[in-house]
Every structure is written in structure tokens, then in C-alpha cells.
Ligand binder design. Structure first.
Ligand code: NAD
Ligand code: MG
Length: 297
């Protein structure tokens, strides 16, 4: 039995702003961030809370989705991840980390703005994992735009396709495979409640995710399937320097949170573990927030 010292169980001192300028084209690579985010690669410790479970995580290559993939594998789950083909190098690192836990890892590259791909994604995950009992809708598009006058229909459409339509298509395809006790977890945002002026399209999609979660939880309750959303505050992921925020905001990212810094992806993974776990079997239709002290939700 390994004794944990107090030093091990106190939160580490994570990086604080200012950060260096680091623009990347979307969707960006986590491996190129300065500093590289902590997704739990060396820090997350599991304790069998998801033993034998089978999870599909969209956007599992980087950021929050990667942290969730690592945590789920360390908690004993087999994990399939969806991501875009240009993110293959980030995804390959995650696949290795899942396999290092002795768990099955399934890589499913493709663009979820396609309904046909969303259906294929779920069918592949189910057939390669041998079933499915956790679905994490986490992939997202965030591109800032200063004015409604410059927000194109193409951009608006791409944000809604990625964040809203894909969640609907993937969830609809998954529901028929989910057994009683299964859990669906959607990634919303504090933007659903306190929208930034430069995220007009994105903030709407995150509010839609809250309503989807609350309505679906009522539909699926009788099947014993729980549906929850998680609303992150500012988390240090490549979504931000790849067009999610202007460069000046990336340099100060997280400064206005009471904790004075952005969250690291590993710090939100425990919420996704808890919401997937059978220990939390009465929690459904809720939004769980982790925002560094602002108290948004
Ligand atoms: P991230 O860029 O690391 O992850 C987003 C992932 O979405 C990408 O890795 C990519 O694989 C996937 N994706 C995007 N478009 C896709 C498409 N067309 N097809 C397939 N996959 C696609 O950034 P993240 O911050 O970890 O984002 C994860 C979720 O967290 C998103 O839904 C985001 O809106 C949400 N979120 C993030 C923050 C934050 O501060 N980072 C705050 C609130 C909510
Ligand atoms: Mg990525």
C-alpha cells in the first residue's frame, strides 16, 4: 500500500498568465502549446471507478477530451476517441497512453459536421469496443468574431454543425446501444450563461447544449440512462490560441478567474469520471461547472 503524502494530495501550482503569443491554425495541436497543457499524462491516478466500462469521447485527442480519455482508461474503461485527421499526432499520443493502462483504445478520425460520419463513428465505436455505455460529446468549434456584421453564414453554420448538430446525430445513433446505467455527458461552457460579445455563435451553441441535456435527461430517464452537461470556465487548451480568442486574450487567459489562472484539462477530468460513474446514479439533467471560482452556474 502506497502512503500518499499531503504534498501529493494538495493541488499543484499550475501555470499563471502572462503566456507567450502562440497562434496556430485551427484545430491546432496540443503538443505545440507553450506550456504544454497537463492532461493528466503523469498526474492522474485512477482507482477502478469505471472498471469494464466502454466509452466514446469526441475530440479525445487534445484538451479536455484527452484528459477525460486518460482518466477513463486509468479508471478501467476501454476508450474510443474521435478527432479530425489533421490531429493524428495528438491522437496517437492518447492511444498510446490508453494502451499503456492495458485498456482497449480505438482511433476514429473524421469530420463530425457530416451526419453520415457521425453514424459511422458510433457504429465503429460500438463494434470495436463490443458495446457502449458512456458517451462524451466534447468536440467543439470556437472561432472568435468581433461583430455580427462580419460573422459569415459559413462560420455560423460550421459552429452549429460541430457543436449542436453533431451532438444530436451522435447521441441519436448511440442511444439504441446504451444499456440501463449508461451515461451521456455533454460539454457546454460558462459561455451558455455569460456570453462574450466576440463569441456570438459559439455561446448560442453552448446554451443549446444545456437545453438538449435537460430535455434528453427527461426522455431517457425511463431507460435508466443519465444525461448531464459540464460547463468549463477558462481551460488551457489549443482551442484558444487556434482562433478561439484574440492573441492578447490568450496571453492573459484565466487572469480574471479568482484562482488567477486557467484550469488545466486534468483538473476537470474528475467531474467527467464522477458523472460517468455508477456511484452518481441519481444525478441527471444537470450542469456541473468548474470555472476557477467565478461561480457562473
Ligand atoms: P480542443 O481543441 O483540445 O478540443 C476540441 C476538439 O474538438 C478538437 O481536438 C477536435 O478533435 C474536435 N473537433 C473540432 N471540430 C471537429 C470536427 N469538425 N470533427 C471532428 N472533431 C472536431 O479544445 P478543448 O478546450 O479541450 O475543447 C473541448 C470542449 O470543451 C469543446 O466543446 C469546447 O467548446 C469546450 N470548452 C472549452 C473551454 C476552454 O476554455 N478550453 C471552455 C468551455 C468549454
Ligand atoms: Mg485537438
Amino acid at each position: 500500500m502506497i502512503e500518499r503524502s499531503q504534498k501529493d494530495t494538495l493541488a499543484p501550482q499550475y501555470p499563471t498568465p502572462p503566456f507567450v503569443s502562440q497562434p496556430q491554425p485551427a484545430p491546432g495541436l496540443a503538443s505545440k502549446m507553450i506550456p504544454v497543457p497537463d492532461h493528466g499524462e503523469t498526474s492522474y491516478r485512477g482507482s477502478g471507478r469505471l472498471a469494464g466500462r466502454k466509452a466514446l469521447i469526441t475530440g479525445g485527442d487534445s484538451g479536455i477530451g484527452r484528459a477525460v480519455a486518460i482518466a477513463y482508461a486509468r479508471e478501467g474503461a476501454d476508450v474510443a476517441i474521435g478527432y479530425l485527421p489533421e490531429e493524428e499526432s495528438d491522437a496517437a499520443e492518447v492511444i498510446k497512453l490508453i494502451e499503456a493502462e492495458g485498456r482497449k483504445a480505438v482511433a476514429l478520425p473524421g469530420d463530425i459536421r457530416s451526419e453520415a460520419f457521425c453514424e459511422k463513428l458510433v457504429e465503429e465505436a460500438v463494434s470495436q469496443l463490443g458495446g457502449l455505455d458512456i458517451l462524451v460529446n466534447n468536440a467543439g468549434r470556437q472561432q472568435y468574431n468581433e461583430s455580427i456584421l462580419t460573422l459569415s453564414t459559413e462560420d455560423f453554420d460550421a459552429t452549429f454543425k460541430t457543436n449542436v448538430y453533431a451532438m444530436f446525430w451522435i447521441t441519436r445513433a448511440a442511444v439504441k446501444h446504451l444499456p440501463p446505467g449508461a451515461s451521456i455527458i455533454n460539454t457546454s461552457s460558462v459561455q451558455a450563461y455569460q456570453p462574450s460579445p466576440i463569441l456570438l455563435d459559439y455561446a448560442q451553441t453552448k446554451a443549446a447544449i444545456v437545453a438538449f441535456t435537460k430535455a434528453l435527461a427527461q426522455q431517457l430517464g425511463e431507460k435508466g440512462i443519465r444525461v448531464n452537461a459540464i460547463a468549463p470556465g477558462p481551460y488551457w487548451t489549443v482551442l484558444q490560441p487556434s482562433g478561439g480568442q484574440p492573441d492578447e486574450k490568450v496571453k492573459q487567459f484565466g487572469a480574471s478567474a479568482p484562482l488567477g489562472r486557467p484550469g488545466q484539462p486534468v483538473e476537470i477530468a474528475p467531474l467527467y469520471v464522477t458523472m460517468a460513474s455508477a456511484e452518481n446514479s441519481y444525478a441527471s439533467g444537470q450542469v456541473w461547472c468548474s470555472d476557477g471560482g467565478t461561480g457562473t452556474v
